[in-house]
Design a protein around this ligand. Structure first.
Ligand SMILES: NC(=O)C1=CN([C@@H]2O[C@H](COP(=O)(O)OP(=O)(O)OC[C@H]3O[C@@H](n4cnc5c(N)ncnc54)[C@H](OP(=O)(O)O)[C@@H]3O)[C@@H](O)[C@H]2O)C=CC1
Ligand SMILES: Cc1cn([C@H]2C[C@H](O)[C@@H](COP(=O)(O)OP(=O)(O)O[C@H]3O[C@@H](C)C(=O)[C@@H](O)[C@H]3O)O2)c(=O)[nH]c1=O
Ligand SMILES: [Mg+2]
Length: 301
């Protein structure tokens, strides 16, 4: 099978490329941004005609949450309009599309984890742009699976774990918000779950996507706050004998840490559908963090 993977210089695309190429069963086409530019939706149909994929995996996105507040149109084009073009191309040719979306489509109200059919109400320009992408894909009417994930981290790429590692080694103290709850999710876990679903879909991927109604939540197991995540990162570094300058991580509130974009207070995603439909129960976020720290720690000692 010819699989197009977008965004392979990013966390999720990179992990997908690594995992699927190690399995060696498929031909992977991983264009750099210059050859598949989501800021240019009008160029994508011709690019897709040239690539001729049998399956499209689309993790590429505009992911700068605060900057999106000042680049609303650009974020909308990359995260909304372009996925729409890809989805219509795919629907017209019977090519299944797997797309990655976000917890930031929710407003973060309430106390329980968000289910797939709960009402969406994004608080940020990034969240609105990702919701637009979801809507475009559903409207295109082809075989699709939108996977909403959250708080993506890993040994590579720009992410909160790597930011905290850098700050903990540079600064005397860390201050991190304790009133936003969610689930850190490793890019590796996301790639493994996607690969497992693709394996289940061998022969009839559209039916496998349809079993979930085209939408499924996917994070690691458990939940914490950004403060809890930061504390676990610092503890994990110490346990691995990495010198850390910062003392305890100070718990602060969202009001103490002003940012351009608003973020959901309750970002936890309910994983029941993933378990019921696909029989997949991802590892806990602590176990995923352990795996990533094991990879980076040797280089930090
Ligand atoms: N990061 C997170 O915490 C979360 C992410 N998500 C979603 O998961 C998906 C993957 O995120 P993640 O891997 O972390 O993202 P990254 O920011 O690590 O990577 C984004 C990728 O998209 C590519 N990209 C950005 N703009 C364009 C463009 N105009 N044309 C082509 N390619 C482009 C980037 O390429 P380049 O290197 O050229 O910039 C990069 O390869 C995204 O859809 C995101 O919305 C969901 C929840 C949490
Ligand atoms: C760096 C830093 C951040 N924070 C806060 C700000 C924010 O509320 C929270 C996380 O900060 P970040 O900027 O890393 O997170 P953010 O960029 O909002 O992460 C989001 O990215 C997009 C792409 C998604 O889809 C989401 O699921 C989510 O992962 O931590 C602190 O409290 N102290 C700090 O020193
Ligand atoms: Mg960020």
């Amino acid at each position: 099978m010819r699989i197009l993977i977008t965004g392979t210089s990013g966390q999720v695309g990179g992990a997908l490329r690594q995992l699927l190429s190690a399995r060696g069963a498929d031909e992977l086409i991983c264009p750099p941004r210059a050859d598949f530019d989501l800021t240019q939706p009008d160029s994508l149909a011709a690019a897709l005609d040239g690539i001729k994929p049998d399956l499209i995996l689309n993790p590429a996105a505009y992911t700068a949450v605060d900057r999106a507040e000042d680049e609303v149109e650009l974020a909308m084009t990359v995260n909304g309009a372009s996925p729409g073009v890809i989805a219509r191309w795919a629907a017209a040719r019977g090519v299944p599309l797997l797309h990655v979306s976000t917890d930031y489509v929710f407003d973060g109200s309430g106390e329980r984890p968000w289910r797939e059919d709960d009402p969406v109400a994004p608080l940020s320009a990034y969240g609105r742009s990702k919701l637009a992408g979801e809507d475009e894909i559903r409207a295109a009417g082809g075989a699709h699976l939108v996977m909403r994930t959250a708080w993506v981290f890993g040994a590579e790429g720009a992410n909160f774990m790597r930011t905290m590692i850098r700050l903990a080694r540079e600064r005397d103290s860390l201050r991190v918000v304790a009133d936003q709850l969610g689930t850190p999710t490793s890019a590796r876990t996301i790639a493994e779950v996607i690969a497992a679903i693709l394996a289940q879909g061998k022969g009839d991927l559209p039916a496998t996507f349809a079993k979930a109604g085209g939408l499924v939540h996917l994070t690691n197991g458990g939940s914490t706050s950004w403060h809890g995540f930061a504390s676990a990162i610092v503890d994990g570094l110490r346990q691995r004998d990495v010198a850390v300058k910062a003392g305890d991580v100070e718990a602060i509130t969202t009001a103490d840490f002003p940012t351009k974009a608003r973020r959901p207070a309750n970002s936890r995603l309910d994983l029941s559908r993933l378990a019921v439909v696909y029989g997949i129960v991802p590892p806990t976020w602590q176990s995923a963090l352990d795996d990533e720290l094991a990879e980076v720690a040797p280089g930090l000692r």
